[in-house]
Write a protein that binds this ligand. Sequence first.
Ligand SMILES: NC(=O)c1ccc[n+]([C@@H]2O[C@H](COP(=O)([O-])OP(=O)(O)OC[C@H]3O[C@@H](n4cnc5c(N)ncnc54)[C@H](OP(=O)(O)O)[C@@H]3O)[C@@H](O)[C@H]2O)c1
Length: 246
Amino acid sequence: MGEIKGQVALVTGGTRGIGLAISERLVERGVKVAAGYSRDAEAAKRLVDAHPEADITLHQGNIGRAEDCERVIGEVIEQHGRLDILVNNAGINIDKTVRKMSPEDWDQVVRVNLSGAFYLSRAVLNHMTERKHGRIINISSVIGLTGNVGQANYAAAKSGLFGLTMSLALETAKKGVTVNSVAPGFIETEMVTAMPEKALEKVIAQIPVGRLGRGDEVARVVEFLADPDSSYITGEVYGINGGLYM
Ligand SMILES: NC(=O)c1ccc[n+]([C@@H]2O[C@H](COP(=O)([O-])OP(=O)(O)OC[C@H]3O[C@@H](n4cnc5c(N)ncnc54)[C@H](OP(=O)(O)O)[C@@H]3O)[C@@H](O)[C@H]2O)c1
């Protein structure tokens, strides 16, 4: 069925960490990547400079704002003529115990990690269903399955992505659109290496494989789900966690 080569993917947070690995994997497969970012314009430029042969466009915006999401989806469709794959990857964490967490800390994390995926999916849905083809992949987290001390906002948002994934999968199942989630464990990016060294050592000690994961190990699952041939997989959660949660 169809080829992924020549398709267009929007990868939010596609210029750093896991998102960068996803962008690069899709570029290798001949996908035209629209990479979203919020503040780090240097990282965005580095992605384009590293792949002069590829058709990469950059899209600045805050996915915690519905109007930015609608604008970015419009920009991508205007510049590339189509949008086949949406990877809702961008995310943040503001870690505090519930006692110390302010309503603003809660709102900000839920808005970026959960509402952003809703705003973007909503903005692209008509386009995908009219073309009878689409792949939406939500990057959740193992923390959405287990919870974690100091991460109530993050865990709630990441669990919420599972509900969004399943509901949207049901709503689009007959329209050629699949919607799946990926739940990485601890992956070696700034989000994780920013943890205090002692805490990180404790985490690694709990991972059966004995190390942090790599962005490319997440990207290969995203690439698989994004493929036109993965048409009978929808509403699923794929864990990539070195055996941390099974
Ligand atoms: N690392 C892990 O162990 C791990 C585990 C499970 C799940 N995850 C999830 O995987 C995703 C990527 O994580 P990561 O570790 O690669 O994070 P990261 O290195 O901190 O990168 C985050 C990316 O999201 C973008 N971003 C942040 N806030 C944004 C906003 N408001 N609007 C638009 N873009 C925004 C950033 O853009 P700028 O560079 O412009 O700021 C950056 O590209 C996140 O959803 C995270 O929750 C990560």
